[in-house]
Write a protein that binds this ligand. Sequence first.
Ligand SMILES: Nc1nc2c(c(=O)[nH]1)N[C@H]1C(S)=C(S)[C@@H](COP(=O)(O)O)O[C@H]1N2
Ligand SMILES: [Mo]
Length: 388
Amino acid sequence: MTKQTTRREMLKESIALAGLGVLGLPEWAFPVLAQEQTLVPFTDLPETLTLERTPDRRIIDIRTINGVFTPSDQFFTTQHYGHPEIDTATYRLRVSGLVDRPLALSLADLQAMPSRELVFGFECSGNRGPVNGLSSNGLWQGVPLRAVLERAGVQPEAREFVLFGADHGEEEVEFRGRTYPVDQNYGRSLQRDEALSDEPLLAYSLNNEPLTTHQGRPLRLLVPGWYGAPNVKWLSEIHVQEDQYLGKYQARWYRTLRGEMVNGEMKWKETAITKMRLKSFIARVTTDGSRHNVFGVVLNDGTPIRSVEVRVDDGPWQPATLDPETASEKYGWKFFNYTWDNATPGEHTVTSRATDANGDVQPTAEELGVKQTFLEHNAQVPRTLIIS
Ligand SMILES: Nc1nc2c(c(=O)[nH]1)N[C@H]1C(S)=C(S)[C@@H](COP(=O)(O)O)O[C@H]1N2
Ligand SMILES: [Mo]
């Protein structure tokens, strides 16, 4: 079997899935799968990616995306301290600090509260091209964070809401040239208006099944439209306080250093990782022998997408078609397709860029130049392939 037929078999399998609608796949999103299609290999990606770096980490191969929702056992996954052991039967979510009624809620307590569904696709802030494998899209279910906080009764002076995972490890806290070893939990914080908005969700289910250990069983935070780091897995405690929380993964590890011209002078800003920056990437190019189809994904902070465009080599930007079904989900992955007619034999570059309703345009790598640190890398990814 040649490489090509192996890939075709793979795509045929996804056609079968599409026909059954197993994943709620809108036919429209994958018109390319309607006929015999061949995958055109990218020359900027290896034939196979090492999907599992360690058992508790996983990336996706974007060329194999075949449904709206990433299956739970393929969902990208990563964390800092490995997986903690949690007995779901004795699990309690504690709420402490500046609240009228400290809480210790079991999973059953949480599941008895009014629940909500959320379609949310997010990426790790370190995700970038050409692989872009640290991103996935899921259908989540859980309890709004605000409902739990209201049950506890948030006091007026509360300003900072710290969410701790059950996972922990040794860290060396640096202070003026000295280091202090401490054992600490993964912790992230939200400010009062963020925590009490109706957006953050305490999720216990992914794709209609209980969360897997990888995804934070039994409970995790999701902040729709934000990067992965704030989505605290194995959530064990919410501590409400007045002071800003300056833990390592809040204040130091996840930050961006970016230069900005203010009144003609370069000002260097260090900012926390919060909302996802507008990004699109081409996931797959297929052909039926005459026309080529370019398929890709857009993700951002929930701002409506105005357009996605594709360019071939140095040609003009051409409009791609946004899949209306996925585009209607505010925080989900959005799919696009572009029909590439009259592709000439030889090596080509295909690039996509997204523009949102505020007029923000996905930057080129050069336009990202004043960003020093590698997180939030949302640049356009020029993709190379050979048309035979
Ligand atoms: N408790 C805990 N939650 C965590 C982390 C962690 O190390 N510990 N890592 C964060 C980071 S950096 C990312 S990108 C996402 C990954 O979520 P996933 O494994 O469900 O894809 O989890 C976030 N939540
Ligand atoms: Mo991350």
